[in-house]
Design a protein around this ligand. Structure first.
Ligand SMILES: Nc1ncnc2c1ncn2[C@@H]1O[C@H](COP(=O)(O)OP(=O)(O)O)[C@@H](O)[C@H]1O
Ligand SMILES: [Mg+2]
Length: 264
């Protein structure tokens, strides 16, 4: 299984939107995918699940010293074929109190106990704390969404240092790419932010750019991915292109869906 953390300690940069739509894109292409919500705000969880149906969450699996259920108990099917989700809960915030090394590997161990998934996509909370550490210890790749509306780049340097520091206990960890989000081609600041980030991380900035698109905001209210909510929208096209670029960066096939359609 390849585990990709979607991380940036800044809030509102498109982490959840990217986790929700990248995971759906992979699932639609035929990859069995688990979406893991580590944010206590539960935005990813409520995009795909009705809260009244959730019994066991990742907080039960990861938090506390008492007997904890296995991750399998906290996995729910979504309406999208090949896409399952491990929901969050407000108590997941207690992961920030993690001190013992054993506890920091709980997510990694839980994910490794699963069989059958080709991808796990982790939606990280907006902080540089222990929850992010736990996600990075469990991951092989990181996607860093960066909003192009202003100059949020100092934070990206701190995040990159944290990722490098985590390579000591997890040498497999790499930045898969920095992703420009909220891009408005008419806004000069957006172009400047893109140039700056390309200077800072040559070859690591995704060619795909996520444009500002209101359909990306409305889709979660309908409990839909962007591909169902507005298939012709820029948001749908951009996240589709991102899915293909992620697969290509991982040297994986992005044409499974086409093959399946041809078989039908
Ligand atoms: N490209 C975009 N265009 C327009 N709105 C967006 C875009 N990406 C995200 N949003 C909206 O901005 C808000 C914050 O995005 P979100 O993905 O939740 O960020 P984060 O998880 O980093 O806090 C949400 O309301 C989301 O729907
Ligand atoms: Mg979020």
């Amino acid at each position: 299984m390849r585990t990709i953390a979607i991380a940036n300690q800044k809030g509102g940069v498109g982490k959840t939107t990217t986790a929700v739509n990248l995971s759906a894109g992979l699932a639609i292409r035929g990859y069995k995918t688990l979406l893991v919500d580590l944010d206590s705000q539960c935005n990813t969880t409520f995009t795909y699940l009705d809260p009244s149906l959730i019994k066991t969450t990742l907080a039960d699996v990861l938090v506390g010293h008492h007997e904890r259920p296995p991750l399998l108990d906290a996995i729910y099917e979504t309406h999208i074929e090949n896409l399952d989700i491990a929901p969050s809960h407000i108590r997941i915030a207690l992961l920030e109190r993690t001190v013992q090394i054993e506890e920091q590997y709980r997510l990694k161990d839980s994910l490794e106990s699963l069989a059958g998934y080709e991808f796990a996509i982790i939606d990280c909370p907006p902080s540089l704390g222990m929850t992010l550490t736990q996600a990075l210890l469990a991951s092989s790749s990181v996607v860093v969404p960066i909003a192009a509306q202003y100059y949020p780049l100092e934070g990206v340097v701190d995040l990159t240092s944290t990722i490098h520091a985590t390579k000591r206990p997890n040498p497999n960890l790499n930045v898969l790419g920095y992703l420009m989000t909220y891009f408005d081609p008419r806004n000069r600041i957006c172009g400047e932010a893109l140039n700056k980030i390309q200077e800072m991380f040559p070859s690591l900035v995704f060619e795909t750019i996520i444009r500002t698109n209101v359909k990306l905001q409305t889709a979660p209210a309908f409990r839909e991915s962007i591909y169902e909510h507005a298939p012709e929208s820029n948001g749908s096209k951009d996240y589709e292109a991102l899915t293909d670029e992620v697969l290509s960066r991982l040297s994986m096939n992005s044409h499974l869906r086409v093959v399946r359609e041809a078989v039908k």
